[in-house]
Design a protein around this ligand. Structure first.
Ligand SMILES: [Zn+2]
Length: 177
């Protein structure tokens, strides 16, 4: 596959899907209650991290970008070429977005009301709630792994061998898998 420059756009489709998922899950209600804003993007980038093909990621928008440039608290990016290569079904896109939304973390200070935000890491290499709802063996039922899979096994022909595509930014507020 030829190397194209990364282009990412706000996606109406994923925004709509994301809103439905938030509304449909009690464990995501805090997002609405705290008024957190999430931008849903689609990207053409073939993202790879630690030898894993990345389907999507969630990042917290830093205060610096939020003040002028990015009107969201979090950005969820779907790497659509990779998902399409894996023939994601609508159900899989929904699980993927649910997974990414579970990375959204926020805590409200009871005294001051101030909300601090963070990217929540996985609990057991997956989120407990995904396992509870879809089973530990979902991968063998045709539902794919969380938000990344081993690139070598899975998408060898989609990716160049070697280096991760991830820029080494040192950003801590970004979850890759
Ligand atoms: Zn994840």
């Amino acid at each position: 596959m030829s190397k194209e420059p990364e282009r990412a756009y706000l996606s109406d489709e994923f925004s709509k899907m994301g809103k439905e998922i938030i509304d449909g899950h009690a464990d995501l209600q805090f997002i609405t209650e705290l008024g957190l804003t999430i931008g849903f993007l689609t990207s053409n980038k073939l993202k790879k991290h630690d030898g894993m093909a990345v389907f999507a990621d969630c990042r917290k928008v830093s205060e610096f970008y939020k003040q002028e440039f990015v009107p969201f608290d979090f950005l969820i990016t779907v790497y659509q070429n990779t998902c399409e290569f894996a023939h994601f079904t609508e159900k899989e896109y929904r699980i993927l977005l649910y997974h990414e939304l579970l990375h959204v973390g926020a805590k409200q200070n009871e005294k001051t009301g101030e909300v601090s935000m963070f990217v929540r890491p996985h609990d057991v290499q997956e989120f407990r709630t995904i396992i509870d709802q879809f089973g530990i063996d979902w991968a063998t039922k045709g539902i794919r792994p969380s938000d990344s899979v081993h690139a070598g096994k899975f998408v060898g022909e989609l990716y160049d061998e070697g280096e991760d595509t991830e820029e080494k930014t040192g950003e801590e507020d970004q979850i890759q898998a």
